[in-house]
Design a protein around this ligand. Structure first.
Ligand SMILES: [Mg+2]
Length: 355
């Protein structure tokens, strides 16, 4: 069997089981003083600092300092091409994709390690541009690059490992319930629209083209919004990196529920709607790399929070109880309440094409 037969989530399940069954730490009766608050399977891992404050079941008794830790990799030809993402923007995105995972828990980014895989013929000036983009993102969001590693590689890849910190309870994928509303913190589909534009009409100019290209090349992680959601006592969230439909399915699976998305409620920016009127819903559902936050909670709370958030936040769906063994199913409905059977379902990391 090959990993593509298992799929991304089959592989993650396999490795998580291996690690959790055999590692030193929580549940395995070791002398180590772990205070794990969020285990593998979420946007980041999280633990409490100092090493006290968690009760015997690992739950946090009171708000205190939580450390977050995440990593993300971008591979040339898989996640980016140099044609559509210049080196400086690549640097920005490689840092921002990690910041977004920290933001999805409600944290702020702290320290990063950068591992680069580079072909020997890489130009020094390109490397400087890459780091310029990383430093811009680091300075914008208050993190420090403090080291890393470098290896020879046939294609460019960039791995960033990032720590973060927060007070309070990290938002997780596992805390959603049937009856919850599903909301997103900003416009969807802009990044996918930007990529589509650059692949199909690379020379297009004007305000719409500028907006869409920026969505793809310079996404903005929702750090302030994540903090606001924790303050509003939202407990279930993740970031939208692979596409709303796919990411909601992950959250539903983690929480043991199923989800509905109402296509006519998707927040789509007017410029995206104008430029791609036929494709904008598909781009919003499956384009990915928008880095807005997806969050769930009781209807009164979600409606209130959405009304307070600036910039395109919207309720986009609801959660329902899952049939036996069927959690993680997401169904999309059109404006007439009819099920959309063919839509862009997002990204599987080991699939050869979009699902
Ligand atoms: Mg994520």
């Amino acid at each position: 069997m090959q990993i593509k037969d298992l799929g991304e989530f089959g592989v993650i399940d396999l490795l998580s089981r291996l690690v959790i069954d055999q590692r030193a730490g929580p549940g395995n009766g070791t002398p180590f003083a772990f205070n794990l608050a969020v285990d593998s399977g979420d946007d980041t891992a999280a633990w409490s600092l100092p090493l006290s404050g968690a009760n015997s079941s690992g739950q946090l008794d009171s708000p205190q300092l939580i450390e977050l830790f995440t990593t993300d990799t971008m591979v040339e030809g898989v996640h980016f091409t140099r044609k559509t993402t210049p080196w400086q923007d690549l640097g920005w995105k490689s840092v921002v994709s990690n910041i977004s995972d920290v933001a999805s828990m409600g944290g702020v980014p702290m320290y990063a390690l950068v591992t680069l895989g580079l072909p020997p013929n890489t130009h020094v000036s390109d490397l400087q541009s890459l780091y310029q983009g990383m430093i811009e993102a680091s300075n914008e969001y208050g993190l420090s690059i403090v080291g890393g590693d470098m290896v020879r590689s046939p294609v460019v890849f960039i791995t960033v490992a990032l720590t973060g910190a927060m007070h309070g309870q990290p938002m997780v994928r596992t805390d959603a319930r049937p009856g919850d509303l599903v909301a997103v913190s900003g416009f969807l589909g802009g990044s996918g629209g930007g990529l589509k534009l650059m692949l199909e009409m690379p020379d297009e100019s004007g305000a719409t083209a500028d907006y869409l290209r920026d969505c793809h090349r310079r996404p903005l992680p929702a750090v302030g919004i994540g903090q606001a959601l924790v303050e509003a006592e939202i407990t279930a969230a993740m970031d939208v990196s692979d596409g709303l439909a796919d990411d909601l399915a992950k959250l539903c699976k983690a929480s043991g529920v199923s989800g509905k998305i109402f296509a006519d409620q998707l927040p789509i920016h007017p410029l995206l709607k104008k430029r791609f009127p036929k494709d904008c819903v598909n781009l919003a559902l499956g384009g990915g790399e928008d880095y807005v936050l997806l969050f769930c909670g009781q209807p009164s709370k979600i409606n209130h929070v959405v009304s307070e958030l600036p910039g395109g936040a919207a309720v986009v769906g609801e959660l329902i109880a899952a049939a036996e063994g069927e959690s993680g199913q997401v169904t999309v409905f059109d404006d007439k309440g009819k099920e959309l059977s063919a839509y862009n379902r997002g990204w599987d990391h080991f699939g050869s094409v979009k699902k």
